[in-house]
Design a protein around this ligand. Structure first.
Ligand code: AMP
Length: 174
């Protein structure tokens, strides 16, 4: 199967949730068993030799492939969540999105200095969400951070927010 087939499985919903947004719907990507297998195999191969010890998934669509990758890589899974959801002590970062502003949190004890972390989300638009997640992981302090998205909206140039020494990988480009 090709990346083109995966790309064609992503449904575009114009003007959702507000006018002017071309919403990339990943439910049509994930409902295919063949697609799930293919994405899992590609991502596992991509990160197999990196020594990943924790996959950090961003609520909520980062909770789909995040735990699957964690299992395949023999790593743990750590959720980054919207405010008010995590029960223990947290760090918080505020950020701007393609539509609206938001905040995310991580448990302060979710990671340790010897962790090699893969942060995963479904889609890179402006990059605001991932930079906030990256800052949260940096606040705790870990050995190394990799960043992964299934989809990149290239026109939004979110990739430019990341320092050159941070490895940012995306599978499907629009
Ligand atoms: P950003 O912070 O602008 O990179 O936005 C990324 C986050 O918002 C991801 O968690 C996406 O799930 C969601 N998102 C932003 N824009 C879109 C879009 N056009 N289609 C689907 N999801 C989006």
């Amino acid at each position: 199967m090709s990346i083109e087939k995966l790309r064609n499985s992503v449904r575009n919903i114009p003007d959702f949730p507000i006018e002017g947004i071309q919403f990339k719907d990943v439910t049509t990507l994930f409902k295919s068993a063949e697609n799930l297998r293919e994405i899992t195999d590609i991502l596992t191969k991509m990160y197999a030799d990196k020594g990943i010890t924790k996959v950090v998934g961003i609520e909520s669509r980062g909770f789909i492939m995040g735990p699957i990758m964690a299992v395949e890589l023999g790593a743990g899974f750590v959720p980054v969540r919207k405010p008010g959801k995590l029960p223990a002590d947290v760090f918080e970062e505020k950020y701007e999105k393609e539509y609206g502003t938001d905040a995310i949190q991580i448990h302060k004890d979710a990671l340790s200095p010897d962790d090699v972390v893969l942060i995963h989300d479904d889609l890179l638009a402006t990059g605001g969400t991932m930079i906030a997640a990256y800052n949260l992981v940096k606040k705790i302090g870990v050995k190394k951070v990799y960043i992964n998205f299934l989809i990149e909206l290239e026109d939004m140039k979110g990739r430019e927010l990341f320092a050159k020494d941070v490895e940012v990988e995306t599978l499907i480009k629009f």
